[in-house]
Ligand binder design. Structure first.
Ligand code: SF4
Length: 427
């Protein structure tokens, strides 16, 4: 049987698609990129914002319209938070809530009587279609979150913390490496909470991956900036662990952070960043900032900007606050107007670009190992331009002779000069 998988939203949703693809293939079924060839379609929906809910519903309608014969299974946060509504949508055959995602493959085949469909023979190590290109793959290691940040619906949709067993994560990464993947990105809803339910922790997990796999590069997915286990920054002494952390700060004002019910205030955040920068030169810290959180005064905004300038980030994802039904913040007084949100968002984008260029400038002239991707451009002078990422997650490009094969290779390169969309590098 041919199965088509689609996702919206976060890296965790993407990693889940990867795991389901592998599981369906292990049961002898095929994965197809062509919706029209599929007998079964799986949608991993999102509900992080109202807009994401709208997009999830649009995708369900479009897929049923474009392939009405296929059986349609919907999972993910939209389907979990709006189970009845999603189940009544045209063409939906089965809803699998977030709490049952680990059994999605079995449930889909059993409850839709598809486990009698003829199995195709798949070659061992057949490349899963859902790795990012064929260089990097997201690997889910943890789900759920015990915290209740007041703007966050994910903690509501994904429930309590649950961790995958270390041996399962190691096995998946070894399987991906066998398929040619050179970088694994471990991800979770609250990655720092890994192991809280199985008597383990993130340090033990990372050590096991580095000891029991030969994957050349291991990267951390987004990590809440608190309660990192003892010995966390020691891990980065291993050159296979990438010196880049995405630590969502959300605001640089402690009074705003209090209203967000965030567990990390600016003083603790500063301490974390200095530990990272002390551990490895050119360590890249990136972050998320919400602008226009309810009640955010001009003073608080200025405080936030000053603190962000004080820390300095390699990249900032800027989010304009949007009230999310079912969260505490949506019911808070003093919601900020669109015009002010737009003004603050513009200001932060400008600041973020300045800081990004400053971090790039700091890396110019240094040597880096680049994992080259498949995407290339042919230049007027006949050379081929390859793109890739450094260990500390800087986007680089180099121009080489047409017969040079760099795709999915890791090579040292000199970072020479900053260009608009990348750093020009030389092998
Ligand atoms: S820690 Fe992260 S996932 Fe948990 S409630 Fe806060 S924002 Fe949501």
């Amino acid at each position: 049987m041919q199965i088509h998988l689609k996702t919206l939203g976060c890296r965790l949703n993407e990693a889940e698609l990867e795991t389901w693809a592998q599981a369906f293939q292990a049961k002898g079924h095929g994965i197809t990129r062509n919706l029209s060839d599929a007998q079964l379609v799986i949608i991993n929906s999102c509900a992080v914002t109202q807009d994401a809910v709208k997009k999830s519903k649009q995708m369900i309608r479009r897929i049923h319209r474009d392939n009405p014969q296929a059986k349609l299974v919907v999972s993910g946060c939209y389907a979990t938070l709006n189970e009845t509504e999603a189940a009544q949508m045209m063409g939906v055959d089965l809803i699998v809530g977030n709490q049952d995602k680990n059994q999605l493959v079995e449930k889909a085949l059993a409850e839709l009587n598809m486990d009698s469909m003829p199995a195709m023979s798949t070659e061992p190590g057949e490349v899963s279609l859902f790795s990012r290109g064929r260089q990097r793959a997201f690997v889910k290691v943890q789900d759920g979150c015990r915290y209740r940040c007041t703007f966050c619906i994910v903690t509501v949709a994904r429930g309590e913390e649950s961790s995958r067993r270390i041996e399962d994560v190691v096995a998946e990464i070894n399987a991906l490496h066998q398929q040619g993947i050179n970088e694994a990105i471990i991800t979770g809803v609250h990655l720092g909470g890994y192991g809280s339910d199985i008597g383990s922790d993130l340090v033990e997990l990372v050590k096991a991956i580095l000891e029991q796999t030969e994957i050349p590069r291991l990267r951390m997915g987004s990590l809440e900036p608190w309660e990192l286990p003892e010995g966390f920054f020691e891990l980065f002494k291993n050159p296979r662990l990438m010196p880049h952390l995405h630590l969502p700060l959300q605001s640089g004002s402690d009074s705003v952070l209090r209203r967000m019910a965030r567990r990390c205030k600016t003083a603790e955040f500063t301490e974390l960043v200095s530990k990272a920068r002390a551990a490895i030169p050119h360590f890249n810290i990136t972050t998320d900032i919400i602008v226009g959180f309810p009640g955010e005064t001009e003073e608080e905004w200025q405080e936030s900007v000053d603190y962000i300038k004080h820390v300095g980030f390699g990249h900032i994802h800027t989010f304009s606050y949007s009230p999310r039904e079912g969260t505490k913040a949506a019911a808070m007084p003093n919601q900020i107007g669109q015009e002010i949100k737009r003004k603050r968002s513009r200001e932060l984008h400008g600041l973020a670009e300045t800081m990004k260029q400053a971090f790039i400038a700091e890396n110019i002239g240094t040597e880096a190992d680049i994992l080259w991707e498949g995407q290339t451009e042919t230049l007027e002078n006949g050379l081929i331009r390859y793109f890739g990422y450094s260990q500390n997650y800087l986007r680089a490009a180099c121009d080489v002779a047409p017969n040079t094969l760099l795709e999915n290779r890791i090579t040292p390169a000199k970072l020479c000069r900053a260009e608009a969309r990348f750093i020009a590098a030389e092998l």
